[in-house]
Design a protein around this ligand. Structure first.
Ligand code: CP
Length: 305
């Protein structure tokens, strides 16, 4: 039984196996329509989501599994004061897997500590979002080789869990990272240190002008209003980086424009038809990657792996 709490739970080979399986599923999803029949997947979302919850549910349904859960914890006994641990112990009796999102960093690890069924972290506060990283890596690999990638992460790198997970996932492939953020929203020191200890080239900047021509992937992120105590500070920083026709011209013709979404102004919709913009395809890839992940977990549960 394996919990998926961090992208660092995956070896390089395991990442590549998931990508390969997701590629196969994407080319012929109907082949897998019964692959997890009889399994029950719970989606417990204590924090809002569109893409992650719905693509997990779509993935489960496409595999023939059943889904139960909630999208709003206010409708559950959490509202009456039930602890996360008790909720998880209860759902252990109702489902074979628990996919959970929570506003608290470390909540998925807390859940895993009391769970007998696999916990899949679908985002824990400003911690990690490992399955987003899987779909991001899959999306990149569809377009360009993963090895020796040059990627710029831009925006809220302090609270942005997708950047935390993707950077650590890509670390298996000898990347060069540019971390572009306001000084108050820098990549956490702990992650920077881990990356540097692995010999990864990391450069922190406050503007993208000088590196734009050299990057293969521009990974935009949203400034996370919900994590700010000081709303005036959020207002000051929210438009620090905006990709629009003028700024997009700084980047190469074959640069990939990515974003985990939702966006709230940092990518102008005028970019959506730019051939470099792949963020909607990126979101759609979540289904194939999450199907591949369920298959890996389900195979393990059924003793097939
Ligand atoms: N990318 C992502 O996690 O989106 P949602 O918050 O809509 O799930």
């Amino acid at each position: 039984m394996k919990h998926i709490l961090s992208i660092t739970d995956f070896s390089r080979d395991e990442l590549l196996q998931i990508i390969e399986k997701a590629r196969d599923i994407k080319s012929s999803p109907i082949t897998y329509c019964d692959a997890a029949r009889g399994s029950i997947i719970a989606t417990l979302f204590f924090e809002p989501s569109t893409r992650t919850r719905l693509s997990f549910e779509s993935a489960a349904l496409r595999l023939g599994a059943n889904v139960l859960g909630f999208a709003d914890a206010k409708t559950t006994s959490t509202k009456k004061g039930e602890t996360l641990e008790d909720t998880i112990k209860i759902v252990n009796g109702y489902a074979d897997y628990i996919v959970m999102r929570h506003f608290e960093t470390g909540a998925a690890a807390r859940a895993a500590a009391v769970s007998h069924v696999p916990i899949v972290n679908a985002g824990d506060g400003s911690g990690e979002h490992p399955t987003q990283a899987l779909l991001d890596i899959f999306t990149i690999a569809e377009k360009i080789p993963l090895n020796n990638l040059i990627i710029a992460f831009v925006g809220d790198l302090k609270y942005g869990r997708t950047a935390h997970s993707l950077s650590q996932g890509l670390a298996h492939f000898n990347p060069k990272f540019y971390f572009i953020s306001p000084s108050s929203l820098r990549m956490p020191e702990e992650i920077l240190t881990k990356l540097k200890n692995q010999g990864i080239s990391c450069q922190e900047l406050e503007t993208w002008d000088e590196i734009a021509r050299g990057v293969q992937v521009l990974y935009m992120t949203r400034v996370q209003e919900e994590r700010f105590q000081d709303k005036a500070e959020y207002a000051r920083l929210k438009n620090a980086y905006v990709l629009n026709k003028a700024t997009a011209a700084l980047f190469k013709d074959d640069c990939l424009f990515m974003h985990p979404l939702p966006r709230v102004g940092e990518i102008n919709p005028e970019i959506d038809n730019d051939q470099r913009a792949i963020y909607f395809k990126q979101a759609h890839n979540g289904v194939w990657v999450r199907m591949a992940l369920f298959l890996a977990l389900d195979g393990e549960r059924r003793g097939l792996i």
